[in-house]
Design a protein around this ligand. Structure first.
Ligand code: CTP
Ligand code: K
Ligand code: MG
Length: 181
């Protein structure tokens, strides 16, 4: 497959993982997952990781996977490259894994003394990708192995940080986020 095809397929396959954290920003609020508890001097996760944001984000990413699956045959024809369909468990795993990766990153941020909202370059841009890929690989191993080729993984690791920066600066600019990361 040529590069354009690899890039299209990689972005398509990761869309259910790209959506959840952005939806969580819009849906967030309410009870924090850690219930306000501390681990040592610091919060376990902090007020930025809520049940509602996590649930709505996961649901949104799963819904995206269902939608993409419905249009996969048509879009494959239009774009001239075979685009994968998502079994429900794979769509859910990509979405939920993205949220879990972000939650794990907040855990690490608090352990390293970073306040809520503080930047952690590198981790901020890739936490959700690593979470999504690990989760889908555990919950849908056969699908993951045929869908994610090595070139696609390289494209994902290179393009995701760029997309993440563009989306977050955009969200900050229009006033949806408090920080541009
Ligand atoms: N959010 C949420 N639940 C999640 C993830 C995000 O409710 N599981 C919402 C919160 O309102 C959060 C906002 O999305 O403040 C932005 O997410 P993020 O940048 O990940 O959180 P921060 O507030 O920056 O906190 P942290 O330092 O822990 O990343
Ligand atoms: K984050
Ligand atoms: Mg943040």
């Amino acid at each position: 497959m040529e590069l354009v095809g690899v890039v299209l397929t990689a972005l398509w396959a990761m869309l259910p993982a790209y959506v959840p954290n952005n939806v969580a920003v819009l849906a967030g609020g309410g009870k924090p997952i850690d219930g306000g508890r501390n681990l040592g001097e610091r919060r376990v996760l902090g007020d930025g990781k809520t049940w509602r944001g996590t649930a709505v984000g996961t649901a949104a990413g799963t819904a995206v996977a269902v939608g993409l699956t419905a249009v996969a045959p048509t879009m494959s024809d239009i774009l001239g490259t075979p685009l994968p369909e998502f079994p429900l468990v794979a769509g859910f795993a990509l979405a939920f894994g993205a949220m879990l990766g972000d939650i794990a990153a907040s855990f690490l941020k608090r352990r390293t003394g970073r306040q809520r909202g503080a930047a952690f370059p590198g981790l901020d841009q890739l936490d959700f990708v690593v979470g999504a890929l690990a989760c889908v690989w555990v919950l849908a191993p056969a699908w993951t192995e045929v869908t994610f080729t090595a070139p696609m993984l390289v494209v994902v690791l290179v393009l995701t940080p760029l997309l993440h920066i563009v989306t977050n600066v955009g969200a900050y600019w229009v006033g949806l986020k408090d920080e541009p990361w």
